[in-house]
Structure formats: C-alpha cells, structure tokens
Design a protein around this ligand. Sequence first.
Ligand code: NCD
Length: 308
Amino acid sequence: MMSSFEGRDVISIKDFSREDLEYLFSVTDRIEDITKERPDLLRDKIMVLLFFEPSTRTRLSFETAMKKLGGKTVGFSKPMTASIAKGENLADTIRVVENYGDLIVLRHPMEGAARMAADFATVPVINAGSGAQEHPTQAMLDLYTIRKEKGKIDGLNIGILGDLRHARTVNSLVYGLSKYDVRLYLISHPLLRMREEVLRDISDKIEVHETEDLSEVIPELDVLYVTRIQKERFLHPSDYEKVKESYRLTPEIVQKGKEDLIIMHPLPRVDEIDARVDSLKQAVYFRQTKYGLLVRMALISLILGAIR
Ligand code: NCD
C-alpha cells in the first residue's frame, strides 16, 4: 500500500514500500515538465541543510533541487564554525532550526542521528547520510538510475563491488533492491564483507551470492555498482592498509561483462575505477548524479505537499 509523502520523514529506505518508490519515480519522470509549467512550486519554502560531515555532491544536489523549485536554502557544512563547536547538542540544534525552515536535511556521523532528529523536529527530516548506516535518498536515485538505464529493476543481476561493510549507500541500496525481484552478487575482500545483520535481512527476500572475485561473476551482471573504500570509518588503520588496493575496475575487466552492462558509483571515486572506464558506454556514474537531482526535486515537492 502506498502512503502519502506529504509531511513524511525520510530516515530509512526500509520505511518506503515498493509502491511508494514507484510513485516517486513516476513523479521524477515528470518533474522537469512540471517545473516548466510551475517554476515557483516551492516559493517561500526554506530548506535547512545541516551537514556535520563532509559532502560536496549530496549537499549541492539538495541545494540545487530546492532552488530549481523556486525555494530557498540556509544551513552549514562546516560545523566547527557553528554553535556545535560551542558544544550545542543535536536536539537543541534541531529545536532551533525547525523554527527557520519547512524541511531539514541532515548528514551526521552518528548512526541513529537522523531518527533522533526526526523525533525532535515538527518539520520533516531527510537523512542525507547517518554514519555507516543509511543514505536513503542515494538509494532512491540509484534505483531510479537502474530503472531509467535498464528499463526495469525486476529480473536483473546486480553486482555490488567494494566496501560493503562501511558504505551506507550500499546498506540503503540493498534494502531498496530487496523490494524487487533481483539476484544480488556481493563482491568484496573478506574484511569488507557486508555486515551479518544486513545480509540476514536481505537473504530472506532475495537471492544473494558472495564472492571475492569480480572476474568470476562479471559475465552474469546487468548492473555493477562500485564503491569507494570508506577509509574514514575503519576502526583500525592497519585494516585499511590491508584492503586499500584490493580492487580496481579497468576497461579490460569491463570487456568480460555483457555488452549492455551498466556501471554505477555513488561518487566520490578515488582510484577504484580506472579513468579509462569513464568514456565507455557502460559508465553511467555521471548521469546518475543528474538523475539524483531529479529524484530529489520530486521527493522534496512531494514531502512539502506541492505535488500530490
Ligand atoms: C557517499 C556517502 O557520502 O555516503 N557519497 C554520496 O553521498 N554520494 C559515498 C562515499 O562517500 O563514498
């Protein structure tokens, strides 16, 4: 059953049904046409961006989405210059800023931070990354990218390569994918293996294969989602040293895959994808960011009740 988006928090992809996601995608398909007719859809609305962790594209993507809808943004991305440096706690920050805006977008290193913020706030909260746990809007745009590029999600073989333990985009994506009929290939070094509880949750719903060797499974894949090693989330720097050069996607490996394979990445990329891959037709990771903008425009419009 689909529930309305108006006034809703976006904390975990698990809170959204397949019908919700399909509805969001159908609005995303139309959002450019809608804004052509109604460029001031979100006039007088203010988005508050609270970024307690580094971000370039996610923050710019939300800001651009809001401005393209005729709305305004306020916020910070350097908490050391804000009151946080004076020791203000997150709950107080939320209770203050909810008086300034209609919607809060929060990125925070602590797992559970977004849920807590939503409990305190009377305005909707969007989780733009909570520690290593979740990044639901990234999963929405990842699913939308697959749907646009492959025409469907059901029936596909999807490989996820890299840091499956610490990447929040991966957690959210696999929970999102588990709402569809897909076969999942998890490709990682043993130290980067997906967390046991996540594996257990999704294995109940979809077929999951784990491997260390990309070249063994690449011929099967329709989608390959590559991730950066999340260096900042390692407890022991020596573990990072052990895995830091454990994988790198090159044109030679891509050649072993299907002709119509698509390669995705949430970005930023470090050196897990060879720059020579960028010009291959399989590489869709820069287009993915454009889809992300459209998905966020649709999502914000729905949450603020400008589109129903
Ligand atoms: C990701 C993140 O912050 O989790 N970036 C993003 O939002 N697109 C991925 C990453 O940092 O590797």
